[in-house]
Write a protein that binds this ligand. Structure first.
Ligand code: SAM
Length: 264
């Protein structure tokens, strides 16, 4: 078969480094009792090891050329299914089995929509071990004591335990990307990190709090919820926070307290 040329528009940077591949699959905890969903198998660098180690592998690949290539390579295996589709258009409830794990070197142009889709509606997924751009991994795994903390950190840490596992240099890929990558693991918990009275309102407060990092939380709340200064400051101080605090300093439980107070 002719060499498959990588399509930049589909975020195709293929992993070349066997030790990185082994590390991803090992840290994901893949074994003979594991069912895996792989997003974007590409040329199959990670897939090759997954089909060796996992009980079952379902891969979703958007690119027809890569789909046909993988059908040829692994289509005969009992424990491998490949679907030629866009993961963002795929009904996960039809392919995710209980306790399935995601292992993927994600296409970077749609990392956030993919993570958001999986975290919001996991359909029984147990964990996501995924390669993303280092900056994105830092943001997702940050807490309120770190500078990368933002709305996406709150969202992911609300649903999952998050851990940045290791970084991967550009040279591990072909073609070589301009950015450094990192592998992170998001493990779904039975319970959310906090229990706000109104989840939708909790996330509205988070969104408003991070809407302008140069503004204090009181200014953000005034603007986002049409409050007077007195009302905004009253809510903030009732949570035991300084009236000049910025949104990025609030922990998940601070956001929960604030949101619950606003719902009273
Ligand atoms: N897993 C391979 C590896 O590690 O070498 C390829 C990773 S490459 C960064 C991303 C892969 O995701 C490509 O194969 C690309 O075609 C695929 N992809 C891009 N957008 C996709 C989408 N919306 N749905 C499913 N796969 C997608």
């Amino acid at each position: 078969m002719a060499k498959i040329v990588a399509k930049k528009s589909l975020g195709q940077n293929f992993l070349q480094d066997d030790s990185v591949i082994d590390n991803i699959v090992t840290q994901a905890g893949v074994n003979k009792d594991t069912d895996v969903l792989e997003i974007g198998p590409g040329l199959g660098a990670v897939t090759d090891l997954l089909v060796e180690r996992a009980r079952n592998v379902v891969a979703v690949e958007i690119d027809d050329r890569l789909y046909h290539n993988l059908v040829k390579k692994h289509g005969h295996r009992d424990n491998f299914t490949i679907i030629n589709a866009d993961i963002l258009e795929t009904d996960l409830s039809k392919i995710v089995t209980d306790h399935m794990i995601v292992v993927a070197n994600l296409p970077y142009y749609i990392t956030t929509p993919i993570i958001t889709k999986l975290v919001e509606n996991p359909c029984g997924l147990k964990s996501l071990t995924v390669m993303v751009q280092l900056e994105v991994a830092k943001r997702i795994c940050a807490d309120h004591t770190q500078k990368d903390y933002g709305a996406i950190s709150v969202f992911c840490n609300y649903h999952c335990d998050t851990e940045l596992l290791f970084t991967v240099p550009p040279e591990a890929f072909d073609p070589v990307p301009k950015v450094t990558s990192a592998v992170m693991k998001l493990s779904f918990r039975d319970e959310k990190a906090v229990a706000p009275k109104n989840e939708k309102h909790f996330f509205s407060v988070v969104k408003v709090a991070f809407s302008n990092r140069r503004k204090t939380l009181s200014n953000c709340l005034m603007q986002g919820f049409s409050l007077s200064r007195e009302e905004a400051v009253g809510l903030i101080t009732a949570c035991g926070l300084s009236e000049t605090v910025r949104g990025e300093k609030l922990s998940l439980s601070d956001f929960c307290k604030l949101s619950d107070l606003m719902c009273e």
